[in-house]
Design a protein around this ligand. Structure first.
Ligand SMILES: *Cc1c(COP(=O)(O)O)cnc(C)c1O
Length: 482
């Protein structure tokens, strides 16, 4: 896809696949979208998918599968123990990552549960480039804390730094020196750093982190859920890696990691999870937890059909023409929104287009959830469902005080190979209209607030009548258009 230039110079990302199965979409009139949003408690997680036109909530479990993945699913070997499908997936993981031992789990957070239960103790400190919601919850549940050690660039919404997901090496050293090696069970690097906008780390940064880990004898753990985007960015943006193949880059990253885990709802474009390592002690410590929480060791809570699809999906991830589709569509969307003045995270990352709500609705205070309000407004005026990634996604501290997020983002995820370019143009058009009408958007407050991972199930309401006014303005501007 990246190598195709258009004769008339109007370069757009070109899909290197064709559509063979389609799903009909439903675009409700704005009045019905408003009603659906009200019923969902202004929480996009609680919308019914039949009321959503473009589901840009997440890239998790919703990436398009290939014909080969679907075909492989028919060959799955259904058996409780010793399934041939398990062996196939184990061999593929060993071939790609060079890791001897593979522990299956039903999804990414299940891997985090096992890893945290085994390695995190009360008082543990776990350094990482940035936290992910489920990662942090599991670490905290086991009595540990998370220390984010990024460069200042990571939180700059607009930057031209190619690797905002890098670990700050000096801070890592300081943290180890200050707290002592014994308190640190592992250093975690997250590929395609999710919560700061799908931003990658560089291969050189990972080598530097590993060097520090080796000096102090600390384990390096890789969360590879968003590895495919990170691989693409290393190949595109890291001068010294230009001549490496995706497979070679993957292998070096894997060699630098003692333990790798991933959500196969993202990596591998299916649904499942995996932990792998070549360290037998580490493997043995985690093994019993798989049978306790997930299932027998040869399926770990996954359907064997999905395991077949993951094996093929991992192989397809080694194809640059496959992994570049997401990042290139995202770059297109980010650039088109920028042209219309909409504040977005730059440089474009993986995973999705991230709209900067802190600036988009700078009149909404953080304790009224600007990103949550913007996500609700986007749905009302377009039927596009995004996800709040800001203060609502944080957890109150023990005293019930809001922890204000560093960033207030609305993530418009780009499930891989799912949308066409005209659909992306539609989303751009509506978000740009909303930006011109941003003063109509108001805040939100909780009506029902769960104490753990509140963003999933929490219900909110508007702090004024703004949603009705916004829908009315849409109707006035768009006439009888949907
Ligand atoms: C999605 C994700 C997870 C959790 O995976 P699930 O399969 O949703 O449980 C963990 N880490 C990162 C970086 C992710 O993006």
């Amino acid at each position: 896809m990246s190598k195709v230039k258009f004769y008339y110079g109007n370069d757009v990302p070109l899909e290197m696949h064709k559509v063979r199965i389609v799903q009909k979409l439903n675009l409700l009139p704005v009045e019905e979208r408003l009603k659906a949003m009200e019923e969902a408690g202004y929480n996009t997680f609680l919308l019914q998918n039949c009321d959503v036109f473009m589901d840009m909530l997440t890239d998790s479990g919703v990436n398009a599968m290939s014909d080969r993945q679907q075909a492989a699913m028919l060959e799955a070997d259904d058996s409780y123990a010793g399934s041939a499908t398990f062996t196939k997936l184990k061999n593929k993981i060993e071939e790609i990552f060079g890791k001897k031992y593979f522990l299956p789990a039903h999804q990414g957070r299940a891997c985090e549960n096992i890893i945290s239960q085994v390695f995190v103790k009360p008082g543990s400190i776990t350094p990482m480039n940035y936290h992910f919601t489920t990662t942090k919850s599991h670490i905290v549940l086991n009595g540990g804390t998370v220390e984010e050690i990024f460069y200042d660039e990571a939180l700059k919404i607009n930057s031209d730094h190619p690797f905002k997901g890098n670990v700050n090496i000096e801070k890592l050293r300081d943290l180890i020196e200050t707290n002592g090696v014994d308190k640190i069970p592992f250093v975690r690097m997250e590929a395609g750093t999710n919560l700061i906008g799908g931003q990658p780390f560089s291969l050189q940064n990972m080598r530097d982190v590993r060097k520090v880990c080796d000096e102090y004898g600390i384990m390096l753990l890789l969360d590879a859920s968003l590895l495919s985007d990170n691989l693409y960015f290393i190949k595109e943006r890291e001068e010294s890696c230009k001549d490496m193949s995706i497979r070679e880059i993957t292998r070096e990253i894997a060699d630098l990691s003692e333990v790798i885990y991933f959500s196969a709802r993202k990596l591998g474009s299916a649904r499942g999870g995996a932990i792998c390592t070549s360290n037998k002690d580490v493997y043995m410590k985690m093994r019993e937890y798989v049978t306790l929480y997930e299932g027998f060791l040869t399926y770990g809570g996954m359907s064997v059909r999905e395991m077949e699809a993951i094996a093929v999906g991992l192989e397809e991830t080694m194809d640059e023409n496959m992994i570049n589709q997401g990042p290139q569509f995202i770059a297109y969307m980010v650039e088109e929104l920028q042209k219309r003045g909409v504040p977005v995270v730059t440089p474009p990352g993986g995973l999705g287009c991230h709209v900067n709500a802190m600036e988009f609705v700078d009149h909404i205070p953080q304790n009224e959830y600007p990103a949550g309000a913007l996500a609700a407004a986007i749905y009302i005026i377009s039927g596009v469902r995004g996800m709040e990634r800001g203060t609502m996604s944080e957890q109150r501290d023990e005293d019930g005080t809001e922890i204000l997020s560093n960033m207030e983002l609305v993530r418009l995820a780009m499930p891989r190979r799912v949308f066409t370019l005209s659909q992306v143009k539609y989303a751009v058009d509506r978000v740009a209209w909303l930006y011109e009408n941003r003063n109509l958007i108001g805040g939100l407050k909780f009506v029902e607030e769960p104490s753990v991972l509140r963003f999933f199930f929490g219900k909110l309401t508007t702090t004024s009548d703004w949603a009705n006014e916004l829908a009315a303005k849409f109707r006035a501007d768009f006439g009888d258009s949907l």
